[in-house]
Design a protein. Structure first.
Length: 173
């Protein structure tokens, strides 16, 4: 965009109007970025320093104001949220629904099969933390480890408890 595009009288009048009636600080900054260099005759670097921001931010605000003035869409309304999300909330819920039966019947679920299904759905590998965050988003709790080893012999453990802990002169094996 040529620098002269910011000196259009209609654009400057719109900036003055926004400056008088702005309630959103982002709108105010955009209008100031358009109006101050022209009306006060300051350079962009001096204005950036006065507004306590970078020249890059100032240029972005000017570009955003001009885009909105020309009938474009305010991109700030799309800011926030999860930009790098692989699946939507509904797709994640559908994926987890396939594992709900096993979870409801008391079966032990591990992240491995869920991660494999997730990777199959998105078409590439993902870290296990992605799956853990998805489970947390949908209210699934972390499974606790088992209380005893599956090969443990309860009788041997009880017999071991009956032996004295320390016998003088004799090593326990």
């Amino acid at each position: 965009m040529p620098y002269g595009a910011y000196q259009d009288p209609a654009l400057l009048e719109e900036a003055r109007s926004v400056l008088r009636s702005a309630t959103d600080p982002h709108h105010l900054k955009r209008a100031q970025a358009i109006l101050f260099p022209v009306e006060l005759g300051v350079t962009l670097s001096a204005l950036a320093q006065a507004m306590n921001t970078s020249e890059i931010s100032l240029a972005r605000w000017r570009r955003e104001f001009l885009t909105i003035f020309e009938g474009g869409v305010d991109r700030r309304q799309f800011w926030g949220g999860e930009r790098r999300r692989n699946l939507t909330e509904e797709e994640e819920a559908a994926l987890l629904a396939t594992f709900e039966k096993k979870a409801e019947t008391g079966g032990v679920l591990t992240v491995g099969p869920i991660q494999a299904a997730y990777e199959l759905k998105v078409g590439h590998k993902v870290q296990d933390s992605v799956v853990y965050r998805m489970l947390k988003r949908h209210g699934w709790r972390k499974l606790v480890p088992r209380q005893k080893h599956k090969k443990a012999n309860q009788d041997e453990q009880e017999e071991w408890k009956k032996k004295p802990c320390w016998v003088p002169g004799k090593a326990r094996r």
